[in-house]
Write a protein that binds this ligand. Structure first.
Ligand SMILES: Nc1ncnc2c1ncn2[C@@H]1O[C@H](COP(=O)(O)OP(=O)(O)OP(=O)(O)O)[C@@H](O)[C@H]1O
Ligand SMILES: [Mg+2]
Length: 331
């Protein structure tokens, strides 16, 4: 879990032996003036304010007599850090990302930032580049330009499995990559090859059962091949497989397509509970009622470009979004 460090500056460069300070998760915020006041002798070593993605050893805790908590940490690698800005921890940051298919520019210079712990809704007309963008983040495609940073590390050139092991999971708009696998086996793949977690076959099987049960999959069908499952069961299997990889962030591509209103209400409750468990969520959804209700923030793509972002309220009032996607219905 990343803590949140309130700091007006965005992190600049990193040095492999930088002395840094971070706040305890959910606790203090540290401003430059406080650091200056209490740590006058060492402030000159601090050139950035950072947040660690991994837990901080308790023996590094320094309790300030001002009621703030400080951590003192010698940074050994930049891969454990996430950048903070304006009080939010940025877990994922895309800058100028481009993807071309022949002459078609499917994603055209998109900047995007995802804050830890939020639900970000990604919407836009058919062919806007939404799926392509998630495929770029999860490593299915490599960008033709720009960069993708996850917890402060550039992942734009990493393979899909390495990205998955770092804690990014994705569900697919079109299901069924391995129709011969059973639901259980499909979820076990997530456990066995996920985020730095090395489960045995037995553990993975038990975990698959637990996860599928948690998200409402009918367990009497757990050993049926995917090809015999209905759309709802497939979507639940997909989600369980993504969760089994223990993601820090999960990318959901039209997970609710094909669900009836009560099933999508259940799915919304489930997505919110995942967020409450600390998973960051980016989701593509065409059903506006659903995505407006569940998103903390939204980003709108059109023809490969980001045309708007903001709270659901802001987005539905944005004239460009109304013109290209929504019509007057939600304004
Ligand atoms: N593998 C591919 N090869 C060639 N063109 C592609 C490929 N994948 C996507 N495209 C094209 O890139 C553009 C963006 O497609 P993408 O699937 O990302 O859109 P989308 O926003 O997810 O649309 P939808 O809402 O219909 O799912 C489209 O014009 C699509 O035809
Ligand atoms: Mg799509």
């Amino acid at each position: 879990m990343c803590g949140v460090l309130s700091c007006p500056r965005t992190v600049l460069s990193l040095d492999s032996s930088s002395l840094i300070f971070v706040s305890a998760p959910g606790q203090a915020t540290i401003g430059p003036s406080i650091l200056h006041h209490h740590h006058e002798d060492i402030t000159h070593h601090i050139h950035s304010f950072l947040i660690l993605c991994s837990p901080i050893p308790p023996d590094l805790l320094l309790s300030g007599n001002d009621g703030y908590f400080y951590y003192c940490y010698l940074l050994t690698s930049s891969k454990d850090i996430a950048v903070t800005s304006g009080g939010e921890t940025i877990i994922l940051k895309l800058e100028g990302v481009i993807k071309k298919f022949g002459g078609l520019v499917a994603v055209n210079g998109v900047d995007l930032q995802v804050n830890e712990g939020e639900i970000l809704g990604l919407v836009g007309p058919n062919g806007a580049g939404k799926t392509t963008l998630l495929n770029l983040i999860s490593g299915i495609y490599r960008p033709d330009g720009g960069s993708i940073q996850f917890c402060g590390e550039d992942i734009s050139r990493l393979s899909m499995d390495r990205i998955c092991r770092k804690g990014i999971a994705k569900t697919f708009q079109h299901t069924l990559s391995f129709p011969g696998l059973t639901a259980r086996e499909s979820v076990m793949i997530g456990s066995l090859f996920g985020n730095g977690h090395h489960a045995s076959m037995g553990e993975a099987s038990a975990e698959a059962e637990e996860l599928l049960g948690r998200i409402g999959f009918p367990l009497e069908r757990i050993d049926m091949p995917l090809s015999s499952l209905n759309v709802i069961e497939l979507r639940r299997t997909q989600l369980a497989r993504a969760l089994a990889s223990r993601p820090k962030i999960i990318l959901l591509d039209e997970l609710m397509t094909g669900l009836n209103p009560s099933e999508s209400a259940e799915a919304v409750a489930l997505i919110k509970s995942l967020r409450d468990d600390g998973v960051t969520i980016v989701m593509i959804e065409h059903v506006m009622r659903v995505i407006l209700g569940v998103s903390d923030r939204m980003v709108v793509l059109d023809r490969g470009e980001k045309i708007a972002e903001g709270t659901p309220d802001e987005v539905v009032r944005n004239q460009r979004v109304i013109d290209s996607y929504l019509g007057e219905r939600y304004a």
